[in-house]
Design a binder for this molecule. Structure first.
Ligand code: CP
Length: 311
């Protein structure tokens, strides 16, 4: 199958076949990162610009590493050091970057829809690295790769996503992607953090964590996004941890081999207890490892990899 997408903006616009191709390609890309010399010439001569207007550790670093492992040149721009502080618009900034013959712009922005706006105006490929509360498709894809690696499939699994659903682009992209791949997704959290109508994305909702994790094959905990909360949505962090945090005690309601996931960064002792985050069924660092492979796969595919090169 050829990969025909110029941009990667959300999970809704990817078909089951495209998701499968991205994950299969990522599996092959992962092997490159395990070699003594972790580099292939596949994207030599291509230029990737990392355009991040919100902080990031995992996404920005893994896109940078992914580009370098494929021999592309990568350049990083942040809002505070760009001419946007002098009043230049986002579109003008992006057009100037494109004028330097960038092939791919990887973008994170606090406004939902910012990557789509660029994608419509630029010839360069745009990859959404997280926009507002809308979407984080590359996170959902690396989560899928991690689930598939451990469980062999996504189809038919019960996957609990727990925490601050309202502010989570990770949750939205995972609900859309995982249900598309045949999973049964259940959401849990305080009523103040679960938006009305979220069921329309295909997930069911409960306000009881024990109910969500009962029989779950995968438990995905979400970070409390204090930076996006405009009012107090829970009494105290201690209270939140007691009622909605994942502890060893609560894990007794889960299957013995339930995978424990978290997109990071982790608020240890709030949404997840340290002994659970570091426990035997935690795949939190595997998610990070797979992030490099998925981003290699995406750079390769949007640059027409299947049409012109082997890796
Ligand atoms: N999961 C994730 O997006 O992490 P960063 O914010 O560190 O990129």
């Amino acid at each position: 199958m050829q990969f025909a997408k110029k941009d990667i903006l959300d999970m809704a616009s990817l078909s089951v076949e495209e998701i499968t191709l991205i994950l299969d390609t990522a599996e092959k890309m992962k092997e490159i990162s395990e070699r003594p010399v972790k580099k292939v010439p596949t994207l030599r001569g291509k230029t990737i610009v990392l355009f991040f207007y919100e902080p990031s550790t995992r996404t920005r670093t893994s896109f940078d590493i992914a580009a370098k492992r494929l021999s592309a040149d990568s350049v990083s721009i942040s809002a505070s050091t760009s001419s946007m502080v002098k009043g230049e618009t986002l579109i003008d900034t992006a057009k100037n970057i494109e004028a330097m013959n960038a092939d791919v712009i990887v973008m994170r922005h606090s406004s939902s829809g910012a990557p789509l706006m660029l994608a419509k105006r630029l010839n360069a490929s745009v990859i959404n690295a997280g926009d507002g509360t809308h979407a984080h498709p590359t996170q959902a894809l690396l989560d899928m790769m991690t689930i598939k690696e451990s469980k062999g499939t996504i189809d038919g699994l019960r996957i609990a996503i727990i925490g601050d659903i309202s502010h989570s682009r990770v949750a939205r992209s995972n609900i859309t992607g995982l249900t598309k791949m045949g999973a049964d997704v259940v959401l849990a959290g305080p009523p103040t953090m679960i938006p009305k109508g979220i069921e329309s994305l295909g997930a069911s909702v409960t306000y009881h964590v024990d109910e969500a994790i009962h029989g779950a094959d995968v438990i995905m905990m979400l970070r409390i996004q204090k930076e996006r909360q405009k009012s107090f949505l829970f009494p105290t962090e201690r209270e939140y941890a007691r009622v909605y945090g994942l502890s060893k005690e609560k894990l007794k309601h889960a299957k013995a081999d339930a995978l424990i996931m978290h997109p990071g960064p982790v608020n240890r002792g709030v949404e997840i207890a340290p002994d659970v985050a570091d426990g035997p069924w935690s795949v939190i660092l595997d998610q990070v490892t797979n992030g490099v492979a998925v981003r290699m796969s995406l750079l390769y595919l949007v640059l027409g990899g299947l049409r012109h090169a082997d890796y």
